[in-house]
Design a protein around this ligand. Structure first.
Ligand code: GAL
Length: 664
């Protein structure tokens, strides 16, 4: 879905002039440097609450007035933040209930950030008040173009207010205690609850073995973040209805169901910090691509914002290796290829003191523009200006991989089978890789996404099924879709209750034409072998032991007592096909299998061949080519294109390490 917020790619980042309030000459220098760096925006005020409200009810917007005016005079757009991510000391001192309580019931002291109760009425009211004032004050400021809500919502609180809110959430969700006891299977270990007040949040020193309850708590915490956010934005929607709203997500952070949260935002934004050039650059690029596609898919292919990235190093790796020159520019262009309409940094100017003073920034402690990092940022800014053709262009793939936040929770909390190897994210990335390597766009969707848009849907390790999923898989395949499932599919419902009558759940046995009697788990170093299409592949970690009840067997196990049992099957169902891959495996099988089942499908791959280590992605009528290999690569194109970066016509492109080209 196309959606344009600006006519150009936003290039800027977190700007914290409040840290430099006593040296206002630095503000003027910032404006000069921003112009030199080809930066066109600044995100202001993220952690500025104590500067905006130094004492309760005493406000100081003067500095912000000045800085917004300066930014506007210099042609910069402002993304204005609400300051709830960190609170003033006076607030915590006067209203201790705003501080978080840990799972041992101990209330945190004032300090750090993201240390607030999500339920506290006082905190919600204070946040709403400061947000209201910001909106009233700046509703007509010509520089203010977008709201940045708080910062990286995360964490949880176990105070009494949250316990009560959790019980209310459960009452709304389960209707009666009997229903809850049944769904949580509380007959096990004598856990029948006789009063709602007996239920507390999960914790190590208390209840932590009722899996359904752990899932309920995760859903409750996620909903609490969303309702906290709704409280934050209510005044903004009312006072500034035309200013779009976002909040910055953190990669695949598991504490919030981002696929659910996404419905409440005008656009998605996220903070990308890959560990480049630490020995696994190809893998970092692959994972970053997957995450970008996850966020692009959250609002039907709509462009998203890269809200943060570092222009050089971070400070929170154990060892903070400097990425190769131009790597950060390449990383930024990768984001644009996958749908980003912004490239933003944390942060504009390095802090002089505090926890993040050694984190990379556009302007270093030396304070001038004569640095490698500054020059690279400035060069990238110039390159981004040439890419305005892609701005607002959303896109969807013809293939979807189901990565579902709640299935991620469910696969991580149960106890059984192979407890060491349950990395749902890595499993999904493995299935994404063959498409990524062929330059084919893939959407990453939740299990309640719209399957009907896709030629092929792959749902690795779909252990937990949300209500309605069985029907949706069935009707998708019945209507002509191709669906791939893997080991441990359709085992439990939303409350982690096992489906009875054999796996996969209910009618999925008909859709796949099989049932699974047992699942074997292979300890590290132990493998099985699967023969598929005359070739042998290694099975690791999980092996479902299947009975075909109609499915055609495409591959079989070669060892152990289930030798000759089906390991890869396909079942014609209605107008479509349902594939089942019963074992976990390395990339090689997945690559070959995907090649076979997509043979003849037009999935939008580029017309030219892609050298090893190079990533290609089409967006609008532009094609992005990025060299993530460790040496130079030459790409022979299928016809003449214009390289938008160099403005040259070309049929062949040679890219140095970290190089990129955008052709049209
Ligand atoms: C982000 C955060 C920023 C800054 C950055 C450092 O997660 O939102 O405020 O701390 O990390 O990498």
């Amino acid at each position: 879905m196309d959606k344009k917020f600006f006519d150009y790619i936003i290039h800027g980042g977190d700007y914290n002039p409040d840290q430099w309030i006593n040296t206002p000459e630095i503000w003027d220098e910032d404006m000069r440097l921003m112009n030199l760096a080809n930066v066109n925006s600044a995100t202001v005020g993220i952690f500025a609450w104590s500067m905006l409200e130094p004492e309760e009810g005493v406000y100081n917007f003067e500095w912000l007035d000045k800085i917004l005016d300066k930014l506007h005079a210099n042609g910069k757009d402002v993304i204005l933040a609400t300051p709830s991510g960190a609170r003033p000391a006076w607030l915590a001192q006067k209203y201790p209930e705003v501080l978080r309580v840990n799972e041992n019931g101990i209330r945190n002291e004032y300090g750090v950030r993201h240390n607030h109760c999500l339920t506290s009425p006082v905190y919600r009211e204070k946040v709403r008040k400061i947000n209201t004032l910001l909106a009233q004050k700046y509703k007509d400021h010509p520089a203010v173009k977008m709201w940045h809500i708080s910062n990286e919502y995360s964490g949880e609180c176990h105070c009494e207010l949250c316990q009560e809110a959790f019980r209310d959430w459960l009452k709304a969700h389960y209707k009666s205690l009997d229903e809850l006891n049944e769904k949580w299977w509380n007959g096990f270990w004598s856990h029948q609850m006789t009063d709602w007040s007996q239920i507390n949040s999960p914790k190590d020193r208390g209840e932590n073995h009722v899996v359904a309850m752990k899932l309920a708590w995760k859903r409750f915490v996620s909903d609490s973040h969303i309702s906290f956010y709704e409280n934050e934005i209510a005044p903004l929607r009312e006072i500034t209805p035309d200013i779009p709203i976002t909040t910055n997500f953190m990669r695949m952070y598991d504490g919030i169901d981002y696929q659910d949260f996404a419905k409440h935002l005008d656009l998605i934004s996220w903070d990308n910090y890959p560990g480049w050039d630490r020995g696994e650059t190809g893998k970092e690029a692959l994972c970053a691509a997957f995450v970008h596609d996850t966020f692009r898919s959250m609002r039907d292919g709509q462009p998203f914002f890269l809200m943060e990235s570092t222009p050089s190093i971070v400070n929170w790796h154990e060892v903070n290796k400097i990425p190769k020159p131009h790597r950060q520019a390449q990383s930024s262009v990768q984001a644009v290829a996958h749908g980003a309409d912004s490239v933003q940094y944390f942060q504009w100017r390095k802090s002089r003191g505090g926890h993040e003073k050694f984190h990379g920034a556009v302007v270093d402690h030396c304070g001038h523009e004569n640095t490698r990092v500054f020059r690279e940022v400035s060069q990238l800014g110039a390159d981004l200006r040439k890419l305005s053709d892609v701005v607002g262009k959303g896109y969807n793939g013809k293939v979807a991989i189901v990565y579902d936040w709640q299935n991620s929770w469910a696969t991580s909390v149960f106890c059984g089978y192979n407890n060491n190897e349950r990395d749902y994210f890595s499993e999904c990335v493995k299935w994404y890789k063959p498409f990524y390597e062929r330059g084919i766009a893939v959407d990453i969707i939740p299990m309640d996404g719209d399957f009907s848009k896709y030629d092929l849907v792959i749902a690795p390790f779909l252990y937990m099924l949300k209500d309605g999923t069985i029907d949706r898989i069935e009707s998708y395949v019945n209507g002509g879709g191709q669906f791939v499932a893997t080991y441990l599919t359709g085992i439990v419902d939303e409350d982690d209750l096992c489906y009875l009558g054999g796996f996969p759940a209910d009618r999925l046995k008909d859709v796949f034409g099989l049932w699974c009697e047992e699942t074997d788990s292979l300890p590290e170093g132990m493998t099985n072998t699967v023969e598929y299409n005359g070739k042998e592949y290694t099975a690791i970690n999980f092996c479902d032991i299947l009975h075909s009840t109609g499915a055609e067997v495409l591959g079989t196990y070669k060892a152990d007592f289930y030798k000759e049992n089906p390991a890869v099957t396909v079942n014609g169902y209605g107008k479509g096909k349902a594939y089942y891959v019963a074992f976990a495996n390395e990339d090689e099988f997945i690559g070959d299998f995907i090649k076979d089942i997509t043979d003849g499908l037009d999935l939008g791959a580029p017309e030219f061949s892609i050298p090893d280590g190079v990533s290609v992605r089409k967006r609008g009528d532009c094609t992005f080519i990025l060299n993530f290999a460790e040496s130079e690569r030459t790409v022979t194109l299928d016809k003449e294109y214009t390289n938008l970066i160099t403005d040259e016509k070309t049929e062949e492109i040679t890219l140095p390490v970290c190089g990129y080209a955008v052709i049209k």
